[in-house]
Design a protein around this ligand. Structure first.
Ligand code: FES
Length: 130
């Protein structure tokens, strides 16, 4: 029997913040997600005009990148840095480019419309239940 009440949450838009809160190379905007069944911190940044978002989880050790709240860019505004051991990531892809990290940060799809930034839910990425 088919459950007609089931509504998949895949690719639903979740309001993240006003677009003006994300300044080029500036402080990240944090938000919470349910990733693979666990509540995780995530962050959004703006780089080269585009909003990008990632789980706030280093690929070296599963720690949050920022030691000062929302300060994830380096001083040049060109790299995302992990404060624990200095891993460096490309802002536009989350790819590790230096330090003890491997691979990429977990990327979260985002979109920007009418002055508002949204993140997109997926099969393993959902809003945190209230
Ligand atoms: S935890 Fe990020 S570099 Fe070690």
């Amino acid at each position: 029997m088919v459950d007609l009440q089931f509504k998949p949450v895949t690719n639903e838009l979740q309001r993240l913040c006003k677009a003006v809160k994300l300044l080029e190379g500036g402080l990240a905007v944090p938000f919470d997600v349910n990733f693979a069944g666990q509540t995780c911190r995530a962050f959004a940044i703006r780089y080269e005009g585009m909003v990008q978002a990632y789980l706030n989880r280093c690929t070296h050790v599963a720690m949050e990148l920022d030691w000062q709240p929302n300060q994830i860019f380096d001083d040049s505004g060109q790299w995302l840095l992990c404060a624990s051991h200095g891993a460096a990531y490309r802002p536009e892809t989350g790819q590790c480019v230096g330090g003890p990290c491997q691979g990429s940060l977990v990327k979260i799809k985002v979109s920007e419309r009418d002055g508002v930034v949204y993140w997109h839910s997926a099969d393993n990425l959902k809003p945190v239940p209230f």
